[in-house]
Design a protein around this ligand. Sequence first.
Ligand SMILES: *Cc1c(COP(=O)(O)O)cnc(C)c1O
Length: 300
Amino acid sequence: MNHSLELLLAKPFVQTIASHVYESKNVSVSVLRLDAMHDAISGNKWFKLKEHLAAAQQQNKKIVLTFGGAFSNHLLATAAACRLAGFASIGIVRGEKPKLFSHTLHDVLQHGMQLYFIAREDYKNKIIPQEVLEKHRAEAIYIVPEGGYSALGCAGSMGILKSCDTASFTHIIAAVGTGTMLAGLLRSKAKQQQVVGISVLKNNFSIEAAIEKLAQEKPLVLHDYHFGGYAKHKPGLLQFMNAFYESTGIATDFVYTGKTFYAAHALMEQGFFPPQSRILLVHSGGLQGNRSLPQGALGY
Ligand SMILES: *Cc1c(COP(=O)(O)O)cnc(C)c1O
C-alpha cells in the first residue's frame, strides 16, 4: 500500500533561485519543492503520514481517525491519502459545525472523510465523540495524532531530506507547527548542516521541548516571525509572498511557508548566514490554505 501510494505522488525536487540580494550576500538559496508532490497530500504531510498508514495496515485497521481545524492541511492530506490507500477516514474537527463549510472541509468530504465537530474544550482533550464509538468498532480504528506529532510522524519526516540530493546544503530552514517535521529534519541532517525552525505560532515556547522529545536534540526555533499568531497575517507578509512569487514563480502559503521564507530573507539581511552558505528552504506545501484569504489578496 505504502509503496504503491508513493508511486502516485510526484517526486519532490530542488529548485535553485536567484536574486541580486543572494549574490550581494554571497549565499545561494534553493527551495525543496515538497509542495509539488500532490495537491491534497501536500508538502510534508505525506512524510508525516506514511509510517502511520503503514502501521494501520499492519494492524489490519480499516478506519483512520485524526483531528484538525476547519482549514487543516493535515485533515485534507489524511482524507486524500486514506482514500487512495483504501482506508475509511474520520475527521474530528475543532469547534461547532459551521453554517458555511470552508473550501478545505468541502474537499475533505469529497475525499470521503466522515466529519464530527466537537466543542473546543473537548477538542483540547482529544475526546472521540460517543457517536463515533457507537457507529464503529473501536478495534477497527487507527488514530493519527493531531498534526501527525509522534515518533512515527518524525520517522516519516526523516525521509524529507533523503527525497532529493540535499547533502551539500549548509542551512535548512523549515516551518514549525507541531514540530514533527523539524524533529525529522534534525534526525536526518548531515552533521555539518544547521536546521533552523520558524515557529508559526505566537509565543509557543513549549515547542522546543516537544521537538527535543522526538529529535533527542535541542532545536533552534525562532519565534519572531509569526505575524500575530497561527493563521494570522499582515500586509508585509502578503507583500513578501507576492514579490517572492514574482521573482521565482514559486507560490507560498500564508500560514507556514510564507512566514518561513520571509524569516529566511530577514535572517539573510541580518547577516545570519556566513558567506558561501548554501541555504535550503523547505517548501512544506499548504497552498490550499490560501483559499481562506480574501480574493485578490495574492497575485496568484
Ligand atoms: C503542517 C504543516 C507544517 C508544520 O509541520 P509540523 O510537523 O506540524 O511542524 C509546515 N508547513 C506546512 C505547509 C504544513 O501544512
